[in-house]
Design a binder for this molecule. Sequence first.
Ligand code: FPP
Length: 258
Amino acid sequence: MTILPKHVAVIMDGNGRWAQAHGHPRIYGHTVGTEKVEEIIRAAADTGIRYLTLYAFSKENWQRPKAEVNFLMSLLSSYLDKKAQLFITEGLVFRTIGRTEDLPKPIREKMGRLAEQTRHHKGMTVIFAVSYSSRLEIADACRKIACDVRDGKLKAEDITEKTVAGYLDTADIPDPDLLIRTSGEMRISNYLLWQISYAELYFTEKYWPEFGREDFMKALEEYQNRERRFGKTEAQAGAAAIAARQSAAKKPHGEGER
Ligand code: FPP
């Protein structure tokens, strides 16, 4: 891989439709979808990606039928029981973003324990977005900034983009370079709106339960063929890309991150 995204964000969509298309109830799709998570975590870690953010449950998902919400919560809970070991043996860091206080206490506690246990790991950071809403995250940041200005901790005239980014849940995480959404829907669905300003977007028709390692690699290949210009001209962007490649080649794997 020549240029590798440092951070990949994924919208794991299409569990329900996949299940229905195969004559199963929607919740069966969530079970199979959950089993797929490990395959993509392993593929990303094997490739050398440093951050992987997975949209596991949105703030809006609470509005789904109660039985489905309960089922998703029980899946999340058993996922944490079964897969904690994966984070330990593979040296992965576990983190969450979103309103985790909305979750049932046992799940919050399991997440807190796993985050604490894996905080010092050196491998890829896996970020679960749970009860997450990007607009809410931005509104929360605005409120905290306003409070800090009121309390004299921050001057209004000193507020920059960097200040705002520092008040988001993702404060110390680099912005995603690549966003993947499965299931053919071409929406962002209130996901990392601030953070994906310059991310490359990749949409695939495959439903999440049928999205595997090979599909993930295909997305990475497509990412490598995109020209990221960050608002610059083609010539400027080309020169910057060469410089970035040379600097990445000099650095030992993962150095200077996090
Ligand atoms: C979208 O499918 C998926 C979600 C609501 C969240 C993703 C959840 C999982 C992969 C399982 C939970 C994850 C863990 C780690 C426990 P959908 O129901 O919106 O599908 P549809 O668009 O076909 O209805």
